[in-house]
Design a protein around this ligand. Structure first.
Ligand code: PMP
Length: 402
């Protein structure tokens, strides 16, 4: 049974009909950011046309509409993750959410020599925030396929480990980490776990309660929503003990020159006028994903990953970087004859959008002995025609640089 009507799905994304250098667009840079369906654009447009006002403040009708739509977004995200609404803190994105945990949770608990246990495949935004608050960052090794060496990781848990932080899906390798097992092992030693879900939210079902994650973060723009918006899920008991990072309007209960008190969670972490349109667009993106069914999306993307892997392996001199058995739709590669930058430029001329560079994973690149890779990454609107266009263009790379 065909549960996924690709032509219908594509019609929902206006940008996909753009011509690029006179060619059909094959957009394969979805790990960087995804496109937005018309439903998301309409929800944000509708908000500005019919409900624009500041939230949580005035009593007038527009403020009531804005507040209701904004808070519905919290319910939507909470339901998506199987969390309680009080456990969802709105942020500017995954990076902002990790920084909030570093400053509000880790920093007050940190003593000299304390460690955050990472993996070698982490994004800079899951490395640098811990270093900024003075933690020692240590990273577990990967095997030759780019999968986590689980036994080595487990052996690195020690009494100095203050936090485990791990990506659900690697943005460079596509590796899906065994986060449920990792959480179980860390919790057996009373170590809290942060999961960076930036590359997972759009591609797989997430149940933070079943996982037992202490913290789960993601960005809306990688999940068919707007830029500048994301969330921190945190177990309520953690939010209650965390320090606010930013001061300002809305995050307070009372303010006096002698001292101030904080609002309830999650509002004590949301200082200032928030990104209302961002929240509303994100809710619309999750509604859209729900209308397709996240399990259908995952099945479609997995089948396409298998097809892409098989086809790319036929390109002479091409080597896939990241071949873990548990993998999401991210295909990093290098080619014998071409620098990733040249690959990216030649592909662009063929209408194929991919990413080249270190993908904000410099320590991983160093361990792999590479400076850069080319990376094709899949989304729900991609099909075999995109992969065929990519592979044709890769043959052109070989021809041009022979
Ligand atoms: N973690 C991972 C694994 C990512 O891929 C990214 C984005 N490339 C981030 C974190 C940061 O997300 P953002 O830039 O949206 O804050």
């Amino acid at each position: 049974m065909n549960t996924f009507d690709l032509a219908r799905v594509r019609a929902d994304f206006p940008i996909l009909s753009e011509r690029i250098h006179g060619k059909r667009l094959a957009y394969l840079d979805n790990a960087a950011t995804t496109h937005k369906p018309a439903a998301v654009l309409a929800a944000m447009d509708d908000y500005y046309r019919h409900a624009n006002a500041n939230v949580h403040r005035a009593v007038h009708e527009l403020a009531a509409r804005a507040t209701a739509a904004y808070e519905r977004a919290r319910d939507r995200i909470a339901a998506w993750l199987n969390a309680a609404r009080e456990e969802i803190v709105f942020t500017r994105g995954a990076t902002d959410a990790i920084n909030l945990v570093a400053r509000g949770f880790l920093a007050p608990r940190l003593q000299a020599g304390d460690e955050v246990l990472l993996t070698a495949m982490e994004h800079h935004s899951n490395i640098v925030p811990w270093q900024l608050v003075g933690a020692k960052t240590v990273a577990a090794p990967l095997d030759e396929h780019g999968a986590l060496d689980f036994d080595a990781w487990r052996a690195m848990l020690n009494p100095r480990t203050r936090l485990v932080a791990v990506c659900h899906v690697s943005n460079t390798l596509g590796t899906v980490n065994p986060i449920a097992q990792m959480i179980e092992h860390a919790h057996a030693r009373n170590i809290p776990v942060l999961v960076d879900g930036a590359q997972a939210l759009a591609h797989t079902r997430i149940d933070v309660r079943a996982l037992g994650a202490d913290f789960y973060v993601a960005s809306a723009h990688k999940c068919y929503g707007p830029t500048g918006f994301g969330f921190l899920y945190a177990r309520r008991e953690h939010l209650e003990t965390m320090q606010p990072r930013d001061g300002g309007g809305d995050m307070i209960r009372s303010v006096a020159f002698e001292g101030s008190t904080w609002n309830d969670v999650p509002y004590k972490f949301e200082a200032g006028t928030p990104n209302m349109a961002g929240a509303i667009g994100t809710a619309a993106a999750l509604d859209y994903l729900d209308s397709l069914g996240i399990d259908n999306v995952a099945a479609h993307e997995h089948a396409l990953l298998d097809y892409a892997t098989e086809r790319m392996r036929t390109v002479p001199g091409l080597h896939l970087v990241g071949t873990a058995p548990q993998k999401s739709g991210i295909l990093s590669f290098v080619m014998d004859r071409a620098h990733p930058q040249d690959i990216g430029s030649i592909l662009d001329m063929a209408g194929v959008a991919i990413r080249t560079g270190h993908h904000c994973t410099m320590p991983l690149m160093q361990r792999l002995g590479l400076v850069a890779t080319a990376r094709a990454s899949l989304a729900l609107y991609n099909g075999r025609d995109d992969i065929d266009q990519l592979v044709d263009a890769l043959h052109t790379v070989n021809r041009l640089l022979a």
